[in-house]
Design a protein around this ligand. Structure first.
Ligand SMILES: *[C@@H]1O[C@H](CO)[C@@H](O)[C@H](O)[C@H]1NC(C)=O
Ligand SMILES: *[C@@H]1O[C@H](CO)[C@@H](O)[C@H](O)[C@H]1NC(C)=O
Length: 225
């Protein structure tokens, strides 16, 4: 066989393997074990900030460094897979409940922008900053940019809007994201969703990328033979 043939057979095999086993695209292990807390944070006993979501004076909160492994979206990208999370509502403007400016760019954001903050484990020290994630809910999906950390290690202070540390599985989203998913009324505030990384090469996500890769391999194969 010629070098071209060898290459094409190899590409086809790689494409098939990656589509058959999309879990190869995963960022971590494949168990869904819940994250274990790494510590306890005590809210100040003198607490002037009472709001619905604020830390309770003298109350303790668990802190987390990890988040569950990120899973690639399922076949068809229709929400059959992806990483399970809880979507919460955040106000990214100055003076909003998001606290200080966004961790990624040091800026505040308008709530009309499709932006999200991720729990500390998923934020991964800023690795996803500026990247898009695809969020699925109610049979719809939307792309949103990662601009901030939903801090699972710290909280109950001014910088964090006097709110408790984030849970380890939160996608904290702007109003625009909720609107795009057409979640309204009483459902707004906390909603189960799935999400996955959107590939930076412009594909919707890793799964679509590998599907396209397989398609191109097959076409080349047909052309050559
Ligand atoms: C509560 O408010 C008082 C007066 O406004 C201030 O002196 C004190 O530092 C505040 N305490 C906290 C924990 O923010
Ligand atoms: C966000 O917070 C700002 C400042 O407190 C407030 O003016 C605005 O109404 C809030 N927006 C939403 C959608 O809650």
């Amino acid at each position: 066989m010629s070098i071209t043939t060898n290459f094409l057979v190899l590409a086809l095999a790689a494409g098939l393997v990656l589509v058959a086993f999309p879990s190869l695209c995963r960022g971590g292990g494949d168990d869904d074990d819940e994250c274990q807390p790494v510590g306890t944070l005590w809210a100040p006993t003198q607490n002037n900030h009472s709001c619905e979501e604020c830390c309770e004076a003298g109350h303790s909160y668990k802190t987390y460094r990890c988040s569950p492994p990120v899973v690639v979206s399922g076949p068809g990208g229709g929400g059959g897979g992806g990483t399970k999370a809880i979507m919460t509502l955040n106000n990214f403007t100055e003076g909003g409940d998001g606290g200080g400016p966004s961790e990624c760019d040091g800026e505040f954001h308008r709530n009309s922008e499709r932006v999200v903050a991720l729990s500390t484990g998923w934020y991964a020290g800023g690795k996803r900053c500026g990247n898009s994630v695809r969020i699925w809910a109610k049979g719809r999906s939307v792309l949103a940019e990662v601009v901030d950390e939903c801090d699972s290690l710290r909280g109950c202070d001014r910088e964090h809007g006097y709110q408790p540390p984030c849970r380890y599985n939160v996608v904290d989203a702007s109003q625009a994201v909720w609107d795009a998913l057409r979640i309204a009324g009483d459902d707004v505030g906390e909603y189960p969703i799935t999400w996955s990384d959107a590939c930076s090469v412009g594909y919707r996500d890793c799964y679509s990328f590998f599907r396209a890769f397989l398609g191109i391999s097959i076409i080349l194969f047909i052309i050559v033979f």
